[in-house]
Ligand binder design. Structure first.
Ligand code: ATP
Ligand code: MG
Ligand code: FE
Length: 343
């Protein structure tokens, strides 16, 4: 079976082909960063319109590259949610239409399940069960993963997501959108001892997160500090250290609570090298291993959607009649492949 994956939940059009026999065949990505950069954030209507222009040409490019045609597809997986409603509608409409036209099954996939399963595309995939730290532009979650579709959200952000906090802080420091990678680069030269920001919610039990207070601390510091490059770098460094430290503390706690032997880190912020290094140390101190997707599959991509869809299509899961997107959709609602709860 060859599954086409379509990701259009936000500002990246991601397309991929996954084969039952050969694994990932190819993937393509069109990033809309240039479209939205002038506005300092994603403009939903522009995102939807651009997805419409990109999806089918990228599907054709992928098929051409590996010498396949649409008739070779055994299934189509697309992101049903969570994400921007208009953007999700594009992938959903195209995915379902292709399924109907080609007489092959289609399936709407949970975007965060895609992120969570992205490390399964690597040569040494993590074994279930594991603990997952999902850190992306819209989500921050610690999830206990018994198997595919068996998820228990142990903690999440009560306000801003980690990526959002990176992006907002970067903006305060005058860095262009999207700020996460730029802030990481700026922090590299920053004096680690000049500023210290709070480690939110680490002084009480539990696994939830909160990043809005940290953002306020940065706002106040930026307002009272000079605008020298060294000062901005030191603020970036102090912010990143606070985020990394907060994740390390919560991950330590969650590993101890669950007894998990493996930690999976996925989502865009998982591309941050300081975070990767620290969590690797943290996990190994507790006798656990860490699995990351390759950098290109930390942020949004079609490969993770093709893979998640493949696992579920293989178990016989299919779309029902209604075309429906789920802009808000909790991971707790998911069930194992082939055992979907009646809607
Ligand atoms: P969601 O998956 O929650 O719907 P999203 O798809 O927009 O959100 P991703 O594509 O997984 O999120 O990740 C994008 C986020 O990751 C952005 O906020 C970006 O700033 C952040 N990010 C990317 N690289 C880095 C990095 N090196 N350091 C910190 N943050 C980063
Ligand atoms: Mg994005
Ligand atoms: Fe994402």
């Amino acid at each position: 079976m060859i599954v086409l994956g379509i990701e259009t939940s936000c500002d990246e059009t991601g397309i991929a082909l996954y084969s039952h026999e050969q694994g990932l065949l190819t993937h393509r990505l069109h990033s809309q960063v240039d479209t939205h950069a002038v506005y300092g954030g994603v403009v939903p209507e522009l995102a939807s319109r651009d997805h419409i222009r990109r999806v089918l040409p990228l599907v054709n490019d992928c098929l051409d590259e590996v010498g396949l045609s649409r008739a070779d597809l055994g299934g189509v997986a697309y992101t049903r949610g969570p994400g921007l409603a208009g953007a999700l509608l594009v992938g959903t409409a195209v995915g379902r239409s292709l399924g109907w036209a080609l007489d092959c099954p289609s399936l709407g996939v949970h975007h965060m399940e895609g992120h969570l399963l992205a490390p399964m595309l690597e040569p040494e995939p993590p074994a279930f069960p594991f603990l997952a730290l999902l850190v992306s532009g819209g989500h921050t979650m610690l999830v206990q993963v018994a198997d595919i579709g068996r998820y228990r959200v142990l903690g999440e952000s009560l306000d801003d997501a980690a990526g959002e906090a990176f992006d907002k802080t970067a903006k305060l420091l005058g860095l262009p959108y999207p700020g996460g990678p730029q802030l990481e680069a700026l922090a590299r030269d920053g004096d680690p001892d000049r500023f210290v920001f709070p480690r939110p919610m680490t002084d009480r039990p539990g696994l939830d997160f909160s990043f809005s207070g940290l953002k306020t601390a940065v706002v106040n510091t930026v307002a009272s500090a000079d605008a020298e490059p060294a000062t901005r770098a030191a603020i970036a460094r102090a912010f990143q250290d606070a985020v990394v430290d907060t994740f390390a503390i919560k991950v330590r706690r969650a590993l101890a609570e669950t007894g998990a032997r493996c930690l999976v880190v996925a989502g865009g912020v998982g591309a941050n090298q300081a975070l990767r290094e620290r969590l690797r140390e943290e996990a190994s101190a507790q006798g656990a291993t860490v699995a990351y997707p390759r950098l290109a599959f930390c942020t949004d991509n079609g490969a993770m959607i093709a893979y998640a869809g493949y696992r579920r299509l293989l178990a016989g899961e299919r779309d029902d009649g209604a075309t429906e997107v789920r802009p808000r959709w909790s991971m707790d609602e998911l069930s194992p492949p082939g055992e979907a709860l009646p809607q």
